[in-house]
Design a protein around this ligand. Structure first.
Ligand code: F6P
Length: 497
């Protein structure tokens, strides 16, 4: 499906993210092929890009791969190469062993290494340079996520003609945690290079504004931040509140909760082949009374351990009968060279092994565990087969799995157990909400979900579906881009007059 882009073009709309929507992987036979990239970011942006004639700048997912731009599935992709050392320092190191744990409530301890930071800066500069090369004059650039927080400022310096948006897919931490970061001021300055900085929740936008006030002293009012125009003369740095008459630009920081292509899930779930597959899954699992499902990247933020602990105790106490209930856990491989992820995998697989050892019978497992990636159609079949969906994240920017489950339940059945620490809980308020740290509370919530009467299930699911269909990914992207374009137009007309 891929072909090289014949000639370099300029694009009015450019998305920039760490990963391209396709990942280059080398199979066991030594041959290179493309797979869909993991994670919610790509799932959300793919339909946006397919409906616009834009370019997508990102890393092709493999070290030392220097490719020309190419087209795939109706998208123009502009690869940014990373060396093996850059993957180690920028991606595995600073992005996923410093920022990721720091921004997720320090569930794991963040590591601070100056050489990782140096590479993060270098790689962010490369992304900004490549974007500046492909963006058309006066174009619109939308930078994504925590791996690229310095890009907005770098890009503004290179190309002041561009309109720049930034969206943070993960939480933005409270100042008490963010302030641990030795390079906290540079990160805030990087983000303030955007015209609009989008977050998942009000709390994230509020945390960012607080960091701006504490570190830069800039005034914030509602979603507006007044940023003085930086004096570029050598040695001069502008700090503190804006003085009367001092030129400034306004940056908007507010929430734009991300979503999914809800219609895709509704339509897929209604397909006869996928419904038949859901029945087949149920049969293959031994036709249990209740199928519970967890679907996560294998990540310590997802609360998989807490879920297993609660389930293990319910089995031990006899509140759940292993002949009637099964937990299907899909844990897709993620960041496998980062130590905390390797340790997590060991812990989870030990626990799964123990629970299965204690409670499985021949021909019937307590937990059906899969360290694998499945195609989207298979996921929809799993969602349809699952009576109870367990989303027990300890901290999560949004959690699109929760929304995918809801969108797939065209039968208005099924119960969503949802952590209040996932951004999705702001909207999906009629899920069975849980604090996953409270194991007793989690156990009670799981029991309540298993036993919820059909009428109550239907009424809750109808409400959840309404919320997901009213706020789909189209609304997210058009909402963000509308604010971005509108804001830029106001700023431009004010500076012209
Ligand atoms: O939104 C969180 C996020 O880190 C995305 O930026 C990313 O694409 C996805 O999760 C999956 O993670 P990774 O790209 O590190 O495999």
């Amino acid at each position: 499906t891929t072909r090289p882009d014949a000639e370099e073009r300029f694009y009015d709309f450019v998305v920039v993210s760490n990963r391209l929507p396709v990942d280059s992987v080398v199979g066991g036979d030594g041959r290179q092929r493309w797979t869909q990239s993991p994670g919610g970011l790509v799932a959300a942006l793919e339909p946006v890009m397919q409906s616009r004639d834009g370019a997508w700048v990102g890393w092709p997912g493999q070290a030392d791969l220097d490719l020309e731009p190419f087209d795939t599935d109706g998208m123009h992709l502009v690869p940014v190469p990373l060396s093996a050392l850059e993957v180690e320092h920028y991606y595995e190191g600073f992005s996923n062993d410093t920022l990721w744990p720091l921004y997720h409530d320090v569930i794991a301890a963040p590591s601070f290494h100056r050489e990782w930071w140096d590479t993060y800066r270098l790689v962010n500069t490369r992304f900004a340079d490549r974007t500046a090369e492909v963006a058309a004059q006066g174009g619109l650039v939308w930078v994504q996520d925590y791996q690229l927080q310095l890009v907005p400022k770098l890009l503004r310096e290179l190309r002041p003609d561009l309109t720049i948006g930034f969206f943070d897919h993960i939480p933005f931490p409270p100042y008490g945690l963010f302030s641990q970061l030795p390079w906290r001021t540079q990160v805030v300055e990087g983000l303030l290079g955007a015209d609009v900085v989008g977050f998942q929740r009000d709390a994230d936008a509020g945390n960012f504004q607080q960091a701006v006030r504490r570190l830069k002293g800039y005034a914030t009012k509602g979603s507006h931040i007044e940023v003085p125009l930086v004096d570029t003369s050598p040695g001069v740095r502008v700090y503190g509140p804006i003085k009367r008459g001092q030129a400034s630009r306004t940056v908007i920081a507010k929430k734009f909760p991300i979503s999914i292509d809800a219609a895709f899930y509704r339509e897929a779930a209604a397909r006869p082949d996928i419904r038949a597959r859901a029945r087949q899954i149920r049969g293959d699992l031994g036709n249990p009374k209740t199928i519970m499902l967890g679907v996560d990247r294998l990540d310590y933020t997802k609360g998989i351990r807490h879920r297993l602990e609660a389930y293990g105790e319910l089995l031990a106490e006899g509140r759940v009968n292993p002949e009637e209930v099964i937990l299907v856990q899909v844990a897709s491989p993620s960041r496998e060279r980062v130590l905390s992820y390797m340790q997590l995998r060991d812990e989870i697989e030990l626990t799964v092994g123990r629970i299965n050892g204690d409670y499985s019978e021949i021909g019937h497992q307590a937990i059906s565990y899969h360290h694998q990636n499945y195609p989207r159609d298979e996921m929809v079949a799993l969602y349809l087969a699952a009576d109870v969906m367990l989303v027990t994240a300890l901290r999560d920017g949004m959690n699109l799995v929760a929304k995918e489950y809801v969108a797939s339940r065209f039968d208005s059945d099924g119960v969503l157990v949802l952590s209040e620490f996932a951004g999705a809980s702001d909207e999906l308020t009629r899920a069975v909400l849980v604090n996953p740290h409270d194991i007793d509370g989690l156990k009670d919530a799981i029991m309540a979900a298993i036993e919820l009467p059909a009428r109550e299930r239907e009424s809750r699911m109808r409400y959840l579906r309404k919320r997901v269909f009213e706020n789909d990914v189209e609304k997210w992207s058009s909402g963000f881009l509308h604010v971005l374009v509108h804001h830029h137009a106001i700023v431009a007309s004010a500076s012209a007059s």
